[in-house]
Structures are given as structure tokens and as C-alpha cells.
Write a protein that binds this ligand. Structure first.
Ligand code: HEM
Length: 254
């Protein structure tokens, strides 16, 4: 799903940083009811990647969390995280004391969603380069995010990719061979954490947007912000985000 709006999310900062950058959400948060287009996309991805995309640890605490979420957001009853994911636009996970107990991400960035189930906030973020501060703050962040007196929180991530799909499943990583900015897309995620009321459980929602990079490249300020941000990424970060080749394409185009 490619964005053609002018008001796309543009969270690029200079320098690029993995430091925890959560902001308390002032506006009311809602899970958006699914459109036919997104439902078709989710069903196709679930069919293609099957158990990679959704997994849960069945338990009373998960059933209770699903019930709370459906009541809070006026959704029909959902018995599993996959049922819930089919009612809403968002990709979603549920965490308990900072550990993922259920996930259904049909448009993941470069990871396999089922593999993070059972893992803690610290373990999930351990492979990220230059993330010492994030890892050091993992326990504090985990309890803050489920604290009903503090959340919800919002943060964003972004990248540039040659894969035009909202899903960046790792099996697609080397399938594209971009030559110019016309082969590239700007991908952003709007991430929201919502405490579920008991200071233990929280909902993690992700909304993905894709915009052709050529549309952004006409805006010199945005273009320079992207170039400067990428220039501040370490070699290991460029490798992790699969941006090495893309960086050289962006430089050629100057
Ligand atoms: C709200 C607080 C959070 C912070 C500050 C945070 C921070 C980060 C950062 C800095 C990255 C690397 C971003 C990049 O690729 O540019 C990342 C990636 C990741 N985060 Fe988080 N995160 C948060 C919440 C979560 C939660 C609740 C989950 C649970 C599923 C999660 C799962 C992941 C995964 C799986 C990746 C790797 C993505 C990939 O390799 O493509 N994060 N996070």
C-alpha cells in the first residue's frame, strides 16, 4: 500500500539514534477498524508466511488481555491474537511484564514476528547495534510502558527500502536490486504502547506507511534530512538496516 498523501509521517532526525525516544501520547488512541484492502493484504501475508507472522502463548492472562482490548476499543470478541488482528488495521503484540506473550505482525520490518514470542524487551533489542542505552533502560522502559498512570506512549521508526511491500519479511531481503531513487521507498512505523490497566500488560500497536522516495526527493529539506541522518549511522547500523547499497545510490543521485 503506497501512500500518495502529502501528510505522511516523516520522523527522520539528525543524528540518527537508537536512544529511547518515546513521547507521552496526548491524543486519544484508537485501534482503527480494518479496511477491505488491508484485510486482503493481511490474509495474503498470513497465507504466504503462515506461522512466521503470528504466535501466542495461550493462557488465562492472554485471554483476559484480549477481552480487555476488545472491550476498550469496541471490537467483537477475539479468542486469539490472529482474530484480533483481522478486525483492525494495526499490527499488534501483547506484552506481560515486558515479555511478548502474543504477536500478529503482517507487515514486519526485517524480523520474523513469531521468533520474539517469549522474549523480553531486552532480548528483542539485543541484536540492534549501538543500542547500549536502550538495553540499559530495558527494565525501566518495560515497567513504564505498562504503567496505567503514565502511558500511552508513541514513537516512530523509519527506513529506506527497495521492497515496495509494507511487509519487509527477511526472506525478501535480497530479492530487490535497486539502481536509482525510483526503485526506493520510504517506510515509516507509528508505534503506540497502551497499558491495559493492571500495570503488567500492555498493547503494542504498529501502523506502517510506504511512500515512493521520488516524491520525497522533490522536497530539498526532507531529502537533506534523510541524507544527513544516514550519514550519521555507523557501518554496523547501515548493515543492520540493509542501507549500504541504498546509501551509495542516494549519494550518486546528488
Ligand atoms: C516503546 C519503546 C521501544 C523502543 C524505545 C524501541 C526501540 C527500538 C529501536 C531503536 C529499534 C531499532 C530501530 C531501527 O531499525 O531503526 C527497535 C527495533 C525493534 N523493536 Fe523496538 N522499541 C520499543 C518497543 C518495542 C516493543 C514493545 C517491541 C515488541 C514487539 C519491539 C520490538 C522490536 C523489534 C522486533 C525490532 C527489530 C526490528 C528489525 O530488526 O527490523 N520494540 N526498537
Amino acid at each position: 500500500m503506497i501512500n500518495s498523501r502529502e501528510d505522511f509521517v516523516f520522523p527522520v532526525k539528525v543524528p540518527y539514534s537508537t536512544a529511547p525516544d518515546i513521547v507521552k501520547l496526548i491524543d486519544e488512541f484508537n485501534l482503527t477498524s480494518i479496511s477491505n484492502e488491508v484485510l486482503a493484504f493481511k490474509l495474503e501475508e498470513l497465507n504466504k508466511f503462515q506461522d512466521d507472522l503470528a504466535k501466542e502463548i495461550s493462557s488465562d492472562e492472554l485471554s483476559h488481555s484480549l477481552k480487555i482490548i476488545c472491550e476498550k476499543f469496541n471490537l467483537p470478541d477475539a479468542k486469539t491474537i490472529k482474530d484480533l488482528a483481522k478486525y483492525i488495521q494495526d499490527d499488534i503484540a501483547i506484552l506481560s511484564l515486558g515479555k511478548v506473550i502474543a504477536i500478529c505482525f503482517c507487515a514486519p520490518s526485517g524480523f520474523i514476528p513469531s521468533k520474539v514470542v517469549g522474549k523480553s524487551f531486552f532480548e528483542i533489542h539485543q541484536p540492534i547495534p549501538d543500542s547500549e542505552l536502550l538495553l540499559k533502560m530495558s527494565d525501566k522502559l518495560s515497567s513504564m510502558l505498562s504503567d496505567i498512570s503514565r502511558g500511552p506512549y508513541r514513537r516512530y521508526i523509519w527506513t529506506i527500502t527497495a521492497n515496495p511491500s509494507m511487509s519487509q519479511h527477511p526472506s525478501m531481503k535480497d530479492k530487490f536490486h535497486p539502481k536509482s531513487i525510483f526503485d526506493l521507498h520510504f517506510r515509516s512505523e507509528t508505534q503506540t504502547t497502551v497499558p491495559l490497566g493492571d500495570d503488567v500488560h500492555m498493547l503494542f500497536s504498529v501502523k506502517v506507511e510506504m511512500t515512493p522516495l521520488k516524491d520525497i526527493w522533490m522536497d530539498t529539506v526532507k531529502k537533506n534530512t534523510i541524507l544527513e541522518s544516514i550519514d550519521t549511522m555507523s557501518e554496523s547500523m547501515l548493515e543492520y538496516k540493509n542501507l549500504r547499497t541504498i546509501k551509495s545510490i542516494l549519494k550518486q543521485d546528488l
